[in-house]
Every structure is written in C-alpha cells, then in structure tokens.
Design a protein. Structure first.
Length: 275
C-alpha cells in the first residue's frame, strides 16, 4: 500500500454491486492495492446471493479501507447515492464491480489535484478490456464542454474523479436513470461551471462484455442517451445535434457484433498504439 503520508487528498471510491461474480474480486483488488490508509472503497451491494460478498470478505476482510454495506436499493444510481452519503473524503471516484482501476491511478489523480487544487473534475485515459482482461483498445477523453459532451459521451466513469462537495451540490446521481446516470452527471457538472483537468495517465480499465449494460444489445441505453442529450442541449442547433448523435449511437449499438470481433479489436489497438 501507499504511504499514508503521501501528498494529496484522501479518496473515496464508490462501487455499486449486485452479484458481481468473477469480476468483483479483480475490481476490489485493483483499488485496495493502491490505497493509502485514509482512502476507502465503499462497496454498496444490493443483496448479492452469488457468493461475491463472502469472497470479498475472505480475501479483503482485514483491509480497513474496505467498507461494505448490503441492502436493497432502487438501482445503480441509488446505490451510488447511498455510497456517496457514506463517503468521508474530499475526492471521489466510481468503479463498477466488473471494471478495474489501472495501476498507479490514485497516485496520478493525487498529483493532478496537487497541481490544480481548485479543480472539481479530473479525468484521464482508459483501457477497453475484454472479458478475460486483455487490452482491446486505448481510449482518451475528448473536449469537456457541454456542447462537445452532448455530441459524444467521451469520458469513462472509472477514469474520472470528482470533488465530493461539488457532486453533492449539483444533485448527485439521477436514480430515474438506469443506463446513463454517468453521462447525466458529467453534463450536469459541466452545466454548473466545473473546473476540469485532464491528466495524461491511464486511470481506468473498462471491461466490455455481453453481460454489462453497455456491452449488451439494449436499446434502452440509446433512448436514455437521447433523453440526457436533450436535457442539456440549448438552442435549435444543439437539439438537432443531440438527435443526430443519438442516431450515430444507435448505429454503434447495432454494430456491436462487429465491434466485438477479434479482427476489429486488433485493428483498433494497432491504430491506437502506432507511433
């Protein structure tokens, strides 16, 4: 573990979970392995019955940073709000139970905060990984303006860290959303005049698999994405762009079988790593 005297703020990582299965141990391990004594991993479980809670306790029960609550909730956004209520540190991150923090992520975030102590939102790059954990693609965040974000949701929840007080002031997570609560939160923070920093390091690893919400062929994510885009689009041109972006999103969802193919992934990875 990192030294408790290392510079930078303590971090609370929120982890909503329900029947995390074979992935959650990797997720927890990726977080606690780089935590200081004053950091915390807040697992908010919805009542798992697959043995994942027992597995977590068996491997990490002696870690004081791990704080698990298991209780009924109203979905992922509600679970995040419950974890946020428990968070005691000034900086929060969000790690889903099937994703991973990239090694060195928390140190990189602290360094970014030290250089920009007034920042509200820090983000970095992320890896798209396969179900077995292999790197499929390297991704970077795009422009962090409301206009740009309504066109494309080019941030990943596992590679963004936020000032906890600012998130609370802006209303936290919309529990009426079941797919795009991260997209909505980012746009709401941007609409409230956030101060942002992009750091060059890879911070998260997004596991793309058929059982995940974003990995499934579910048109609900397209519908919710359009709802969120229209919520923050201002003016006729921006609203038209919101519809156009959602059409592109629909095409991307329908093309998922091709995008998951091994030849496509190899092509994208080769392009991303070329000098």
């Amino acid at each position: 573990m990192n030294s408790p005297t290392a510079d930078g703020p303590a971090i609370s990582v929120l982890m909503p979970a329900f029947n995390g299965g074979g992935f959650i141990l990797e997720a927890v391990r990726s977080a606690v392995s780089q935590m200081r004594d004053d950091d915390e991993l807040l697992v908010q479980d919805a009542g798992s019955r697959d043995g994942s809670l027992e597995a977590i306790q068996a491997e990490f029960g002696s870690y004081p940073q791990l704080k698990v609550v298991s209780e009924p909730d109203e979905g992922q956004a509600d679970a995040l709000n419950r974890a946020l209520t428990r968070a005691v540190n000034p900086l929060i991150g969000w790690l889903n139970a099937d994703d991973r923090l990239h090694p060195g992520a928390l140190d990189a975030v602290r360094a970014g905060w030290r250089a920009n102590p007034d920042v509200d939102f820090l983000c970095g790059g992320w890896l798209l990984i396969s179900e077995n954990g292999d790197t499929v693609r390297i991704c970077e965040p795009g422009e962090l303006s409301v206009r740009s974000l309504t066109r494309q949701a080019h941030v990943f929840s596992g590679a963004m860290f936020m000032r906890a007080s600012f998130v609370r002031e802006c209303g936290a997570f919309d529990k009426d959303l079941h797919f795009c609560m991260d997209y909505d939160l980012v746009l709401r923070l941007a609409s409230n005049g956030w101060r942002t920093v992009q750091i060059p390091e890879v911070l998260g690893e997004f596991r793309w698999h058929t059982a995940s919400k974003t990995g499934a062929l579910d048109l609900g994510v397209v519908r919710e994405g359009l709802t969120v885009r229209r919520r923050y689009a201002r003016g006729a041109v921006a609203k038209a762009e919101a519809w156009a972006s959602s059409i592109v999103h629909l095409i991307a969802v329908l093309a998922l079988p091709v995008r998951r193919s091994s030849w496509y992934s190899r092509l994208r990875l080769r392009s991303a790593t070329a000098p």
